[in-house]
Design a protein around this ligand. Structure first.
Ligand code: NAI
Length: 340
């Protein structure tokens, strides 16, 4: 692959510079873990997003190949690749939004918690880079277990004195995407017309779909509620088992992450009424972090919305979710000597 010529380099930089300053409202976005199963299709989708002027693709393997490939798409965003820890700071400098799908995925028989020990260390290192190079960036954290990696990221930022809870968002959008699809199947309508709030966390019973608040308004039989709740909570395991050792959800996750990132960018641009579910620092319950609807704006999370009226089934589900979340390993990292 020939190196980018001086001429090309200058023209690419000029284009990026002019777009990020100009009325084209371009944002600078980095994907950390961009060569992975989620990272690659996510890079493709972000390269197609007209709100993105500069796209940085960072990974510890294969980043140059993925970058060369994606960069040939004739869409507006200028793409740059960064390989390995020595290039992390360049990958992050000046970014508006950092999306993190770095880490290992589940294999059959594993829970998201089993990933904790490896992914916690990866997330910590990447967040230390964010502290140094783009402390004001919005962070979309995908690496599992999200219920634990979000609190870890918060601690890294707190320790560095850069923490702002508005800018740290755990990505639970795939639970919403799945819920919309499965509910639409049951109702026999177009999944694009359905919106199911999913609250709590991002593992097992902590994933709580609020089927009484589905838009458009509808009602379900007890059997349908039990089927839908179970399928939404175990959608990830369904994919892990079908892939039989080849990883977890990547394509639907990339779709969900791109949708969520687009919502964050529209919020940053100043669009009104951008509301999505996310796992964030929260006072909606007594727990420090909780997923619920949030309103996105110029500074990230502008408002964490209340849960709204719950029926009896959902109130029982909420208690289970809270119990699980509070006994969770989310604080385990903090007791590891020297972890933070
Ligand atoms: P993958 O193994 O295909 O890709 C992970 C990528 O991260 C690899 O390219 C790897 O080289 C890279 N990586 C590893 N260490 C790194 C580091 N220190 N810095 C930068 N990059 C690094 O895994 P996949 O399927 O893309 O999943 C990634 C993560 O996303 C997993 O933790 C998985 O559990 C999680 N996930 C989260 C979901 C959610 O809803 N939030 C849904 C599905 C997966």
């Amino acid at each position: 692959h020939p190196p980018v010529s001086q001429l090309e380099e200058t023209s690419l930089l000029r284009r990026a510079d002019c777009r990020s300053k100009g009325g084209a409202s371009g944002f600078k976005v980095a994907i950390l873990g961009a060569a992975g199963g989620i990272g690659q299709p996510l890079a493709l989708l972000m390269k197609m997003n007209p709100l993105v002027s500069v796209l940085h693709l960072y990974d510890v393997v294969n980043a140059p190949g993925v970058t060369a490939d994606i960069s040939h798409m004739n869409t507006g965003a200028v793409v740059r690749g960064f390989l390995g820890q020595p290039q992390l700071e360049d990958a992050l400098a000046g970014m508006d939004l950092v999306i993190i799908p770095a880490g290992v995925p589940r294999k059959p028989g594993m829970t998201r918690d089993d990933l904790f020990n490896i992914n916690a260390g990866i997330v910590k290192t990447l967040c230390e880079g964010i502290v140094k190079c783009c402390p004001k960036a919005i962070v979309n954290l995908i690496s599992n277990p999200v219920n634990s990696t979000v609190p870890i990221a918060a601690e890294v930022f707190k320790k560095a004195g850069t923490y702002d809870s508005k800018r740290l968002l755990g990505v639970t959008m795939l639970d919403v995407v799945r819920a919309n699809t499965f509910v639409a199947e049951v109702l026999g309508i177009d999944p694009r017309d359905v919106n199911v709030p999913v609250v709590g966390g991002h593992a097992g019973v902590t994933i709580l779909p609020l089927l009484s608040q589905v838009s458009p308004p509808c009602s379900f039989t007890p059997e349908e509620i039990s089927y839908l709740t179970d399928r939404i909570q175990n959608g990830g395991t369904e994919v892990v088992e079908a892939k039989a050792g080849a990883g977890s959800a990547t394509l639907s996750m990339a779709f969900a992450a791109a949708k969520f990132a687009d919502a964050c960018l529209r919020g940053l641009r100043g669009d009104a009424g951008v509301v999505e579910c996310s796992f964030v620092a929260s006072q909606v319950t007594e727990l420090p972090f909780f997923a619920s609807k949030v309103r996105l704006g110029r500074f990230g999370v502008e408002e964490v919305l209340p849960l709204g009226p719950l029926n009896e089934f959902e109130r029982a589900g909420l208690e289970k979710a809270k119990k699980e979340l509070s006994s969770y390993c989310q604080w385990r990292c903090l007791s590891l000597p020297g972890f933070l």
